[in-house]
Write a protein of this length. Structure first.
Length: 193
């Protein structure tokens, strides 16, 4: 690729084609992150804690005779029903996120060979599909997980490339470090000098 007016990164363009296993791993992690975007505590742990508190409170009231056993059992059944409905809606959210992530990653996989160009501002993916761009300033995290390197944006789908696209594991780790440094530099406020 030709050099632009911007300084070029020390990492040249990478070419790769996703395998079915890599596409599955990338779709699974992207779906999990999307489904948990509202926060693990708020969406998963808080309802479990509320269910436990209601169960304990209703049981204590029924066992001490402050409410009838029948009303205690009704409260327990209502709490269990509400918790199970919440779990079903959470499961549905995970399945929908997985399906959407799998569809987008399958489209990338179907496009064939993808070439990733790296510059000081971000990554650009070129392939049979339309080019896609991820700027470092718009991203919150770079991660190396499951044989894939992910660049997680504030909104939208992640950028990812397999670590096998690099000559060695050290080169992949150096790339992740480089991306993190560029993300910090891009998000740092401009200093007047």
């Amino acid at each position: 690729m030709t050099a632009s007016s911007d300084p070029v990164s020390p990492f040249g363009p990478f070419a790769f084609e996703l395998t079915p296993d890599e596409a599955h791993v990338a779709a699974s992690l992207a779906a999990l992150r999307r489904a948990l975007a509202g926060g693990l505590s708020k969406r998963q742990l808080a309802p479990l804690a509320a269910f436990g508190i209601v169960m304990a409170f209703a049981s204590i009231l029924a066992l001490t005779g402050l409410v009838s056993r029948r009303h205690g059992v009704i409260a327990l059944l209502l709490a269990a029903t509400a918790f199970m409905l919440h779990r079903l809606s959470s499961r549905r959210r995970f399945l929908l996120a997985r399906r959407e992530s799998a569809a987008s990653i399958d489209a990338i996989r179907a496009a064939g060979v993808v070439v990733v160009a790296v510059d000081k501002q971000g990554l650009t993916f070129h392939g049979a599909a339309a080019p896609a761009r991820w700027n470092f300033v718009d991203c919150i995290e770079a991660e190396d997980a499951g044989g894939m390197i992910y660049l997680w944006p504030r909104a939208g789908a992640p950028a990812f490339l397999p670590t096998r696209a690099f000559p060695s594991a050290e080169a992949a780790a150096d790339f992740v470090d480089y991306v993190r440094v560029q993300m910090r530099a891009a998000s740092a406020p401009l200093q007047l000098g």
